[in-house]
Write a protein that binds this ligand. Structure first.
Ligand SMILES: [Zn+2]
Length: 357
């Protein structure tokens, strides 16, 4: 069976079929009150394998950013349908489409434009930081990308802006912002449905585990076909060393950022695991598959935001939406074959790592 899908509904169907074939227990968290792109019901589906009372567990998520879920979903489905030999003492939890509305509507953020991966600030977040770097670049970020020559000029201006002001400013933009509800990396003013639901999932399916490994699938960072691991713990910490060992990373991290280091992101989804289970030993990270060059990514991001706001009724909206999805999940067969092989391998490495930690 082809692992990749053309829509959320198709991806969900394939995932549930693979769960049934693999004997996984599925718990469905319906997204009530909203429908998908073609009127379909929306839900986050959680598949569990392995003993419920296991002290070791691995959790793998996809769809934190909706349009990146096409590849994450394919990886989960592929793993389920190709792995008969599973560790007997590790509980495995797959979270399919934690942001189902965004997956179905082929966009990064949720129905309120909240970037789920900036929304997990914890119980007492304190004041949300200013983001003056965002405001300084807002005219470039919120511009109309529907014209090819125009967006090329915008990209040049964007690069010139950070050459002049320092690429650290771009890192600051990516950390998250809380003052532009129509902008990128908007963290929202309250916990989103995905946030509340993910915390429920962690408590329900992982609370008996004392050692937990996690992996959240994304796409877009890195060169086409490059695999980039993002581990958010301090280098040298026990957790960082553990996850680096699982994925064989010695000295490889952070090379994908022009700033030389990854941004200090706030409100990441994976942080909820520690917030909910403070006594457990937890390590892991994000894995990105690079999809396109800088210009294509810039254009795809601009299109996604602009179609949500100013460009909603543009005559090319549908085709531009497809162009955005192409920068999250390329159709190139060599890219898809890479993801089909390397994605499930990274889950194997996670499981072996947790089993031996
Ligand atoms: Zn992402």
């Amino acid at each position: 069976m082809e692992s990749f899908s053309e829509s959320y509904a198709e991806a969900r169907g394939k995932f549930l079929l693979a769960c049934a074939d693999a004997g996984a227990r599925v718990t469905t968290y319906p997204r009530e009150g909203l429908l998908g792109e073609t009127g379909e019901v929306l839900a986050t589906d959680v598949a569990c394998l392995g003993p419920e009372a296991a002290q070791r567990a691995a959790i793998v998520m996809c769809g934190t950013h909706g349009s990146e879920a096409f590849s994450g979903s394919a990886i989960l489905t592929r793993w389920l349908s190709s792995r008969d030999d599973r560790p007997s003492d590790v509980r495995l939890v797959f979270v399919h489409a934690i942001n189902p509305w965004a997956f179905s509507h082929r966009t990064r953020t949720d129905e309120n434009n909240v970037d789920i991966n900036r929304n997990f600030l914890g119980a007492d977040p304190g004041p949300t930081p200013e983001n003056s770097a965002y405001d300084a670049a807002v005219n470039l970020l919120h511009a109309d990308p529907s014209d090819a020559a125009g967006v090329l000029a915008l990209h040049r201006a964007y690069r010139a802006h950070f050459e002049a002001n320092g690429w650290a400013q771009e890192g600051q933009i990516w950390q998250g912002q809380w003052h532009r509800p129509d902008g990128f990396m908007y963290g929202g003013q309250a916990p989103s449905w995905s946030n509340i639901t993910f915390r429920r999932i962690v408590r329900k399916h992982l609370s008996r585990a004392t050692t937990i490994g996690f992996l959240d699938w994304h796409t877009g960072i890195g060169q086409f076909g490059e695999i980039v691991h993002l581990i958010f713990d301090e280098p040298g910490s026990i957790e960082h060393r553990a996850a680096s060992g699982w994925w064989g990373l010695a000295g490889k991290e952070d090379g994908a950022f022009k700033t030389g280091a990854k941004p200090k992101y706030r409100g990441l989804l994976c942080q909820a695991i520690r917030q909910e289970l403070p006594d457990a030993r937890i390590a892991g990270g994000v894995i990105e598959f690079g999809t396109a060059d800088d210009y294509q990514i810039f254009r795809g991001d601009l299109i996604d935001r602009w179609l949500r706001f100013e460009g909603r009724d543009h005559r090319d909206a549908k085709a531009l939406r497809a162009a955005h999805v192409d920068t999250c999940c390329p159709r190139d067969i060599s890219w898809r074959r890479l993801v089909e092989v390397r994605g499930p391998e990274a889950i194997d490495q996670l499981l072996a790592g947790v089993a031996g930690w």
